[in-house]
Design a protein around this ligand. Sequence first.
Ligand code: IVH
Length: 734
Amino acid sequence: MYSSEQTQRLEKQTMALLAAARKHPLEAAKLEVLRDVLRFHEYRYAIMNEPLISDFEYDTLYKELEKIEGEHPGLITPDSPTQRVARGLTKEFPTVQHLVPMLSLENSYNEDDLLDWDRKARELTGLEELEYCVEPKFDGASISLIYENDYLLRGVTRGDGVAGDEITANIRQIRSVPLSAAFSRYGLSQIEIRGEVLMNKDNFKKYNEQLAEQNIAPLANPRNAAAGSLRIKDPKEVSRRNLEAFLYHVSYFTTIEGWQMADGHLISPEGQAAGNRKGAGSKSDAEGRPAEAPVHQALKTHSGCLKMLWDLGFRSPQKEKTVVKGIQAVVAYCHEFEKQRDDLPYEIDGMVIKVNSIALQDQMGMTTHHPRWAIAFKFKARQATSTLREVKFQVGRTGSITPVAKIDPVPLSGVTVSSISLFNEEVVREKDVRIGDRVLVERAGDVIPYIVKPLTELRTGAETAIVFPTHCPVCHTRLEKPEGEAVWRCININCEAQVVERIIHFASKDAMDIRSFGDAIVRKLFKLEYLKSIPGIYTLPFDKIREMEGFGEKSVSNLQSAIETSKQQPLHRLIFGLGIRYVGETTAKVLAASVSDLLDLADRSPEDLLNLEDVGPKVATSVFEFFRNPANLEILHQLKSLGLTLKSTKSTGTKGGNLNGQTFLFTGTLSRLKRSDAEETVEKNGGKLLSGVSSKLNYLVVGEDAGSKLEKAKKITSIQILTEDEFIKLLEKA
Ligand code: IVH
């Protein structure tokens, strides 16, 4: 989409704009270039996944654009990056007809199915061998988009295939969907394209963690998350979900007057300067470049369509697809791709095989349900059936009661599953699962397994309802369900189950990261009464532990030093470790940055707390309550006297440390340092971390088995490649 010359030009323009914006507000004359620059960075971020500037720098420029447009509303264009943001809530999603019905695909599950299908396809076309395009089958929610005169006109859900819901405002929140694209350069005035909206695995996990923090039942899988997100009436919330889209099919188009289809080619009228159409606001149009060739072949093949979409700034499976001759090569590619399934950042549930020639596609036609020129090759399902034997009720660190289904152990994509969370009473009721039911279990990628549904047809009548306890299964306090919450709670904060869960959380990887002090050990020590509270971690009776079975001298001394090291963890980890309700890692960082000593938080009113970034009333109240509770303050005083750092590293600070402004990226396995420690040190010394190799990178620190990042960095001469030892030396100098 962007040539290296364009990339360099836009990068220079970015730097110039940022430098200018630091001094004074940008002038209206910069409007066009500002938009181009922002679109370019949107592309680098959403399509290439290789951002060249930080979120902060992007936001700086975005705010400048907002300001100029605010002062000159007449200059706003519908495809300005500011125009993704919708104002207000969507009232309803009107039903609209698709230009062409959205058919589904025939499924195949093994090699024989594919060979059969290929045979039929060859019979139908009378050809000995067919050329196929093979691409991933994205597991999300399907959509269709219409662009007219180069602008995104509307986005629609699949619905019943004939008509769907118009969700344009939500589609505009997806940063990988361009608001305008220069289809006019291809002679197209209107085009309907299809694709899939996805929530990637990382965002799905993060989203579910946020839900869990609020005790809301997590979403079952990324597919449901994407489909559900598209139907939200608040586009701002849709934007927060960080959806992505792959576009993979051109279903309909009309040509600009004068352009004609002939023998599958699109022919432009002699001398027409395609793309010179007024009002079309995308980059290439603005340059008014003439059509490069009188004949456009893009629409002759499916792979040509994918390339056209890619070149116009869409995320099409341009890099993931392959074009091969004959079915054997198709089978090989499907198997090869399946091996990568777990390494992909998004979910796929198979591959789609399409006859590459559009003329042949037209010749083959379709049945009432699916095209004859395409077939899905479904990967092995990550589903299994089992029997639900009993339901246990677990007490979480905040007292929440979670029903956990115990099923007959069943293998599912590489692990044996025997325990599955049912989240809360509502979920149990909604799914109507009963003890004794056969249940369908699914596990997608590294996502936690869940019960899809009970197989009600198999019920014998002997199944029994799941009955929720009225009292805590551990301390027997009467359970409560606060107004507006979905979860029953044990409100006894001294409930042993809660105490032990809080200790486990405190020591966990994202909190104080005490290595070799996992779940099982904590429970064991707690049971033996060697450990009764969080501060107790720092006064463990090691002489007794040494005597315990399974503890050698080495493991005890490892544990001792891990506990000792944890005393130096930065304050935000300690705050997160305290397990204050609604305080996740991000909020913990905000809180840590707002004080010089943790105990300062005890003096903050809810109003003070509300002034902090991203702190809403729920968090503010929860933090306030936590620090008002004498038992919690006592824990903090104890931790302090045991030698833990309650001071904020931010304010004691290395402000503008000696790595100031330098950018770093780590790749491969480090042998002397822990990756997260090395990264933290960089930040503490004023350096910045980047997520990918680009010309913005100053140092790539290379550990063992470094791969593609190293190769890429070698090509950019400005990047200094450091070994781990060289990096440590650099730090010593810093
Ligand atoms: S082509 C007329 N390509 O799978 C053919 N579909 O089970 C249009 N899907 O409804 C579909 N990835 O939502 C096609 N690369 C891909 C796909 C894909 C996912 C979905 C699509 C379709 C469903 C059929």
